[in-house]
Design a protein. Sequence first.
Length: 383
Amino acid sequence: MALVNFNKALQLIDTITTSDVARLGVLIHYELRDYKEAHEFATQYFLLVKNKRSEDYQKVLELYVDIKDELDLQLAEEQKLEAERLAKEKEARRLDSLNLAWKNQAETMAIKADSIYAFDKNNLALFKSGGNFGVVNDTGIILIEADAYKAAYHFDGYFILMNKNLNPNKIYCYSSVTKKGYKLPDVSEFNPLATHYGQVMLPRGNNKLIAYPNNSLKVLVFDLLLQKFTSTDDGKSLFKDLEKKKAISNYNKDGEVKISKKWYRFGGIVGGGISPLYNADYSLFGYICAIDGRLLTYDFYNYIGAFYNEKLQVLTNGEPNWINQNGTKVTAPTNENGVYSGASKIGKSDLGNYIFYQTIDGKKMIVSGDKKLLNQTDFIKSN
């Protein structure tokens, strides 16, 4: 209250002109331990006081010594706190700099992708970015850029990448085993009238890929290992056997078979003795099974893939199933991609990109090929 009233008085007099007022300022601020203000009033007091032998002078002088000591201690503490504050700020800036350095380095080792699919036993996986598919290994190295292929299969050790899901005209094959890839030939090399591959089936472990090009009365069989189209049986020996089984009523030298008084074009063999039959307008009528002469109509058996390990893929209205040699539905085969047993784990960076981690010498590290980066905590500790 004394300080409040004193400050009001100072506002009225504007300037201290007497030592008594200065002395009062010393006493009030000393009691409140405001040594800086007390020191300033004491300085004014000594300038204004006339009687330096008075008792008041001696008391203020004694107080001044205490004030000076306390002020020195206060200033020293303030300097210490300021030094600590500056050191903390410097440390914070250093940590911010290290964090930024780590994040920037981590981003250079990250992969921009919408999703990364399961790795196979050969440490490879499909990834998708911007609507396109590519192939990446488990150390974050992109083997095929995701910039051209809108659809992809990863099955039985092969990656099949296509520029379209249906009716693609560009297909790329990459072997998970050999780590090599190539573009399939233009479909016109198989059939000059064809403009696209039509429906492409899953690649199989016997290196066969089946497709159904447009404007074609033959199924396309491609050998992924030899990198060439495979010619199929002309069916003459098969026709005789099917006629004996009364699966067909007649056949001719043009490769046509007669079923229920209607002629169909024999379309080769997808495997397992199953052959597609075509209508004259290039549409599929269905399939015939050599094993028992059973007819598989198109309404359920839209497209049938390669025969391997006693099973064939079948698509019905886009839904995949599996059948045996006479069209009976069976369980799906074991995917020969295998199960990933590598050391990598996947996380995401602050920007949402994918980062690949491995534990090396007991420490979690980001990897990108041969490049390695300590995890953020250890990186900051080491620096």
